[in-house]
Design a protein around this ligand. Structure first.
Ligand code: ATP
Length: 530
């Protein structure tokens, strides 16, 4: 690579000076050391980011900036709040006339993948602004002052780009909690504090008289970590919550992500939306993509409903694994999953969508629950039921195989979390307490009592249906998976057989049958449960 002339001249003169000084007997070692340190600083610091370019996209240039609010599914409340705020930017003259302080910042908070970045891009499009994006982690370096310098650079860049294109600018900072975390919290706090201070200075500097109006949009999953100074009016004036989508939102997001995909007539996106409680927009985008991949793998030109249902498992649990456990281990997995599935149906009929012993991601087997209405509150009964279902896998192992295994570790963690929630909600014998103030042993005892109660209930229900449990496990071993309907049909016929036999036993007793005959009839009632 050819060097510029000034560099050649500088290098030549430096060398000549060094030779001259050496000839004069001057010790050059300290000078060489200073030069080496200076060279390192100049090389390493800019490489690590002082000169880093932030991503800039302008509306009308295609790509991401062409994202509009119509491309964001669900999130109606968030969109409405943002539109209200952005109208200030669109009607600049009226805002000036009324002497309204300009809106400087909007903070989007919510779980990952819910569309915060999309909303920020749509905001840029709506206000005809250039969109400049950076992530909080890009500002943080071990070198003092670099973060603050990068914040200055980001805002300077936003103004330059806006000016060059005759537009306003939206500065989007993702993971803003990294730069805007509470001051004094970090070990290298001076660097973090300087960066945050610079951000505050830049935001305070935004004025209605600026030729380029800058709007800062921050996004975070951890609004609890944000320094209050940033949330003060005049900085992030609006805090907009971007929640996980509800059922209607999920359907709209699925529609958006299947717009360009050929769908089979069997596809019912409403049913898919019902089955995906807890999925974020990013999960749903991935689901639509996985369904298309599955269709392609089997050579279909249109995506069928089964591909969407299969993709739900894949997105929720991970890729199917080739690993095939040893026969004894497979049997244990089948027994474990049968325990969960049977108890789930007994306590909450219609709740199982699918039970399988196919390994996916971290799970050796799993029960997928059927859709239920989106729920944001849980009653004590529901929590006790969930607790019993959680424990049923380990109990089934104990009942049919004589011992538990480490496979239940996750279930137990979940059971402890539910019990903790119950203590916190005042549903334990301790009544209403501040869990954080409780001695650990007391809290632990309360949780153990709740868990023991649920365990006794689950054990009783499973022990009463031991042959049925065995039969479900056997069927899973042979077929790998059962749908909820197949499981329910099997339970219904077993329960009908059991109640018929129980009625016969009662009738025999009433008719004065011998003890042995009654015992035989009662035994048949138990067997009938299989
Ligand atoms: P993070 O907090 O992890 O940065 P985020 O909330 O910023 O996530 P986005 O980057 O906006 O999430 O979303 C990731 C992808 O998920 C988007 O590119 C889009 O494909 C999809 N997506 C998320 N939410 C929605 C939504 N509401 N409508 C349509 N697509 C969505």
């Amino acid at each position: 690579m050819k060097r510029p002339l000034w560099q050649e001249l500088l290098a030549g003169s430096g060398l000549a000076l060094a030779v001259f000084l050496l000839l004069r007997g001057v010790d050059l070692l300290p000078l060489v050391l200073v030069a080496a340190v200076a060279w390192l600083l100049l090389r390493v610091v800019p490489l690590s980011g002082l000169g880093r370019r932030f991503a800039v996209v302008s509306p009308g240039e295609g790509g991401h900036a062409s994202v509009t609010f119509d491309d964001v599914g669900g999130q109606d409340a968030a969109k409405k709040e943002m539109l209200e705020a952005l109208d200030f930017l669109r009607h600049d003259d009226r805002v000036r006339q009324l002497g309204i302080r300009p809106l400087r910042g909007i903070l989007l908070t919510g779980p990952p993948g819910t569309g915060k970045t999309l909303l920020a891009k749509a905001a840029a499009h709506y206000t005809n602004s250039v969109f400049i994006a950076a992530s909080g982690s890009e500002f943080i370096e071990m070198y003092a002052g670099v973060g603050a310098q990068r914040v200055r650079e980001l805002f300077r860049r936003a103004r330059d780009e806006g000016r060059a294109r005759g537009k306003n600018a939206v500065v989007f900072i993702d993971e803003i909690e990294v730069v805007a975390g509470r001051r004094g919290r970090h070990q290298s706090h001076l660097e973090y504090d300087q960066t945050l201070n610079q951000l505050l200075v830049e935001m305070d500097g935004i004025s209605p008289e600026d030729d380029v109006r800058v709007l800062v949009i921050g996004a975070t999953n951890r609004s609890d970590l944000i320094d209050e100074a940033l949330l003060r009016p005049g900085r992030f004036d609006r805090v907009v919550k971007v929640e996980l989508p509800d059922r209607e939102g999920r359907r709209r997001i699925l529609e958006l992500h299947t717009r360009q995909k050929p769908l089979d007539e069997s596809v019912d996106l409403d049913a898919v939306a019902r089955e995906t409680f807890g999925f974020s927009g990013a999960h749903l985008e991935s689901l639509a993509n996985e369904a298309a991949i599955l269709a392609m793998r089997v050579g279909l030109s249109r995506i069928p409903q089964w591909a969407f249902l299969e993709a739900i498992d894949k997105v929720a649990m991970g890729e199917k694994l080739d690993r095939r456990p040893e026969p004894a281990e497979r049997r244990r997995i089948a027994v474990h999953e049968s325990g969960h599935a049977l108890l789930s149906e007994l306590l909450s009929p219609g709740s199982v969508a699918r039970v399988t012993i196919t390994s996916r991601g971290e799970a050796l087997g799993y029960v997928r629950n059927a859709p239920r209405a989106d729920q944001y509150l849980h009653t004590q009964d529901e929590l006790e039921r969930d607790l019993a279902i959680c424990l049923a896998g380990a109990l089934a192992e104990e009942l049919l195989l004589g011992s538990r295994s480490t496979g239940a570790a996750n279930d137990l963690e979940q059971a402890l979390a539910i019990a903790h929630e119950m203590v916190r909600a005042g549903m334990s014998p301790l009544g209403v307490v501040d869990v954080d103030e409780l001695p650990r042993a007391t809290a632990q005892r309360a949780k153990s009592r709740i868990i023991a109660g649920a365990e006794a209930r689950a054990r009783r229900l499973l022990a009463d249906r031991r042959p049925l449990l065995q039969a479900i496990a056997q069927e899973l071993l042979v077929r790998e998976a059962m749908t909820g309907d197949e499981l329910r049909a099997r339970i219904a016929s077993a329960e009908a057989g059991a109640s018929g036999a129980r009625a016969e036993a009662a009738a025999a007793q009433a008719a004065g049958a011998t003890g042995a005959e009654v015992a035989r009839a009662t035994f048949a009632a138990g067997e009938g449960a299989g």
